[in-house]
Design a protein around this ligand. Structure first.
Ligand SMILES: *Cc1c(COP(=O)(O)O)cnc(C)c1O
Length: 401
């Protein structure tokens, strides 16, 4: 995938800080949305989870382009922090990651796709076998090669999504052909309610995982995603599989976020206008000004993954100043109330075309935006479109992070 940051290097003067642009002429090549990914924060989150996990190893879940943040720089940063095991969802994602991290252990969560067996083995990618049929085709591939091929097995402990049903686990455990040809390196399952620590489903899934994994040959075991890692030592086993926590999302539904923010999202002001009281704004005229108002149009819309339902609901931030989104969010833009005309210093007079406003930043977190849009941080991050220029910041090599 082409990365815009490589295609269009951004000149120094658009340093990404609000108010630093300082020019009214807006070069046409400049991105109207900017996603700044803090790789040092991702490494810090990885180390924080490692400290919490105690003896368990910490894998990196980098499916869906590392939750939209860019799988190549993110996976490299995680590897630099000591991560050796990675999970993606699709086989194609694993193939993209393999040349980036030639020595890493890469698992494919969605399972072994029919027809991909030989290519999967050739790239040393480890399928998560989710059914008897997948286990059988992996064994057949191994037999064909005269080899024993490594794989994970997933057991369904109560999510009813992926993995072997209990009866299938018993069948597999007594399948001599499977055991002869498959090197079982990991037994895993996934928690449905880990973000609600008090939910009794967590203990029930843990119990079933202990029973089902005991039927299979000795292998590393893994149950916990980000939230599961915080549920306590009994949930961590040999390997934990965080995704969202690495990227700064809150692993809990209703507790303070222990992670460090890793993503900043900004949109550029592309036009300013002063309008009198009583002016209707945007599609459907869903907002009407009630005072003379400076309106700023920002070049980010729902086509960029900024939720349409944030119209008249959310705000953008210019430093510490809150600018409410007024009217509906359009496909390619939205309008914010930049203040009362000429009411310096708190009015809109300080804004210029080209300035960057924060959509996600210090005053409005990823989880704040998700809550306002009635969704979760995962969906916000993974929806961010290709028009956002991805920019990566890091601390200098050797600096403590
Ligand atoms: C996506 C996923 C994870 C990571 O989940 P987070 O909640 O982002 O930590 C772990 N395991 C499986 C099976 C997943 O599908």
């Amino acid at each position: 995938m082409e990365r815009l940051s490589e295609a269009h290097p951004v000149p120094e003067r658009w340093s990404g800080e609000p108010g630093s642009a300082g020019t009214t002429a807006r070069p046409s090549t400049e991105a109207e949305g900017l996603l700044t990914v803090d790789l040092a924060a991702i490494r810090a989150n990885y180390r924080q989870l490692g400290a919490l996990a105690g003896g368990a190893a910490v894998a990196g879940v980098v499916k869906a382009d590392a939750y939209g943040l860019g799988v190549v720089p993110v996976a490299e940063a995680l590897a630099a922090a000591g991560c050796r095991t990675f999970f993606v969802a699709h086989f194609g994602e694993a193939l993209e990651l393999r040349p980036v991290l030639p020595e890493a252990e890469i698992f494919v969560l969605n399972g072994l796709a029919a027809g991909s067996e030989a290519a999967c083995a050739a790239a040393r990618i480890r399928p998560v076998l989710n059914s008897i049929e997948q286990a059988a085709s992996w064994s057949r591939e191994a037999a064909r090669q005269g080899a024993r091929l490594p794989a994970a097995v997933q057991v369904d402990t109560g999510m009813s999504r992926l993995g072997l049903a209990p009866a299938d686990v018993e069948a597999l455990a007594s399948d001599a052909g499977f055991l002869e040809h498959t090197d079982l390196v990991l037994v895993m399952s996934h928690l449905a309610c880990a973000d609600e620590p008090e939910n009794p489903a967590n203990a029930a899934q843990l119990g079933r995982f202990l029973e089902l994994s005991a039927l299979l040959p000795e292998a590393r075991r893994s149950l916990a995603n980000s939230a599961g890692t915080f549920l306590g030592p009994r949930f961590r086993f040999d390997l934990v599989r965080p995704g969202i926590a690495l990227y700064g999302g809150n692993p809990f539904a209703a507790r303070p976020n222990p992670m460090r923010a890793a993503a900043k999202l900004q949109g550029r002001v592309i036009q300013l206008r002063d309008v009198p009281a009583g002016t209707a704004v945007g599609y459907g005229h869903r907002f009407v000004t009630h005072r003379p108002t400076r309106l700023a149009t920002v070049g980010v819309g729902y086509a960029d993954g900024w939720p349409r339902r944030l119209g008249n609901r959310a705000a953008l931030w210019h430093g510490d100043r809150r600018l409410p989104v007024v009217g509906r969010v359009s496909m390619d833009s939205m309008v914010v109330d930049a203040g009362i005309v000429d009411a310096a210093p708190s009015g809109g007079a300080d804004l210029q075309p080209g300035d960057l406003l924060d959509l996600i930043g210090p005053r409005q977190t990823l989880d704040d935006v998700a809550r306002a849009a009635d969704t979760i941080s995962y969906e916000i991050l993974t929806s961010l479109g290709w028009r956002f220029e991805r920019r990566y910041i890091d601390e200098p090599a050797g600096a403590p992070a």
